[in-house]
Design a protein around this ligand. Structure first.
Ligand code: SF4
Length: 396
């Protein structure tokens, strides 16, 4: 049985945040309706068997009201990301979900949806729950109204709190809160306060990413002009280093560079991505990765609505796949297992990455944990703070 994850990109936002370089933009009702239609078409017409590597799926016609299903494919997760998936009208999201169910056998996967406070109400949340969404990720980013305004977010702390409590009320019991650190004007104490305020609400999962200033964003221009009062490097490192310590007493363990969960609530979709599970992406600019072949859909709405989705196809070499496997796997606290590496690639991890691994073990950025008949390579605490350096060296 082949595991496959599904990603659905919803590129619409109420307004563009000052730091954002995601494929997202404000939209009108008509564009959203046309997009939902094009997305449903792409899903219903998806031919996994047409991927160059064959995808390993045996097709069966005539199952489930005439829809074509892939036998031998286990859909482990569905992730609605964006943009802001809670911007489109509920009926459009329901249509997209129906198209997914018509095209794939979706038995018991994790179905996550990102949403932003200020774009959801009780009716929407109930509709998401009824269409099978069982995990939601709320983009809070900060609990400080001044910082939220500086980021260009449309919501304030009170909107986030309302959204969170409505989601609990409606019955969601797997909720992620997204927070961002190292914001302009933010101090360590403000970050600590955000983490504690979030943890006290008791969500099952907290994502804590550092702000990255991306080229082409208003923040990039402001930084060039010296108008962004960012925390210095030491303060930023401290925010990162202390995050785990602040969250631990509330029952959260770090399982990935920027992700913390209560036991059993690690995000299945992201775990799959970091451990090399194949995924298929639908929607504007969405990527797919199946059997070592990567596809990317067009980022042009005009082309997408006309039905020409796939644009870039990249066939990865074995070395590309090995590097990617290490780089993604090392994001996880548990790191990468020697046996699994050998099973995938038919060659020992140490014979490919031995030099780099030993170099960073000496520098105490990587550790090797011996297990009865296996071993694991993972980042040390210090290695997590300098993960970019280690990962850059994993490129073959
Ligand atoms: S809500 Fe998210 S995707 Fe939309 S503009 Fe802001 S950061 Fe970007």
């Amino acid at each position: 049985m082949k595991n496959l994850e599904i990603y659905i990109h919803i590129p619409f936002c109420v307004q563009k945040c000052a730091y954002c370089d995601f494929l997202s933009f404000p939209s009108g009702r008509k564009t959203r309706a046309q997009y939902a239609e094009a997305l449903c078409r792409e899903i219903l017409e998806a031919d996994i068997g047409a991927f160059p590597s064959g995808g390993g799926a045996e097709k069966v016609s005539g199952v489930n009201e005439g829809a074509e299903h892939e036998r031998g494919i286990n859909i482990v997760s569905v992730f609605f990301g964006g943009g802001t998936p809670s911007v489109p009208e509920t009926e459009e999201m329901e249509k997209i979900m129906s198209a997914l169910r018509a095209r794939f056998v979706i038995k018991d996967p994790e179905i996550s949806m990102e949403m932003n406070p200020g774009t959801v109400d009780r009716n929407k949340l109930e509709a998401y729950r009824d269409m099978g969404v069982n995990r939601i990720s709320i983009g809070c980013q900060s609990m400080d109204d001044e910082l939220l305004a500086r980021l260009g977010r449309i919501h304030r702390r009170k909107d986030f709190l309302e959204c969170y409590s409505m989601a609990k009320d409606v019955g969601f019991n797997n909720i992620n809160i997204d927070l961002m650190s190292a914001l302009p004007g933010e101090t360590f104490d403000m970050w600590k306060h955000d983490l504690i305020s979030a943890a006290e609400l008791g969500p099952e999962h907290i994502s804590a990413y550092s702000l990255i200033i991306e080229e082409g964003t208003p923040f990039f221009q402001m930084q060039k002009k010296g108008m962004l009062d960012l925390p210095d490097e030491e303060e930023e490192r401290r925010m990162y280093r202390e995050t785990g310590n602040i969250l631990r007493p509330y029952g959260y363990h770090q399982y990935e560079i920027s992700n913390y969960a209560k036991d059993g609530y690690e995000c299945r979709h992201n775990l799959g991505y970091w451990t090399g599970t194949d995924y298929i992406g639908f929607g504007l600019g969405a990527s797919s990765y199946i059997d070592g072949v990567r596809f990317r859909n067009t980022g042009s709405m005009r082309k997408y609505l006309k039905g020409s989705a796939r644009e870039d196809i990249e066939i990865l070499t074995t070395q590309d796949m090995q590097s990617e496997y290490m780089i993604l796997g090392l994001r996880l606290n548990r790191g990468v297992g020697g046996k699994e590496f050998e099973r995938r690639f038919g060659v020992g991890m140490m014979s490919v990455f031995g030099d780099v691994i030993e170099k960073y073990m000496k520098a105490e950025l990587l550790r090797k944990t011996e297990e009865p008949d296996d071993f694991r390579i993972s980042l040390t605490d210090r290695g997590f703070s300098l993960s970019n350096v280690v990962m850059a060296d994993m490129l073959l």
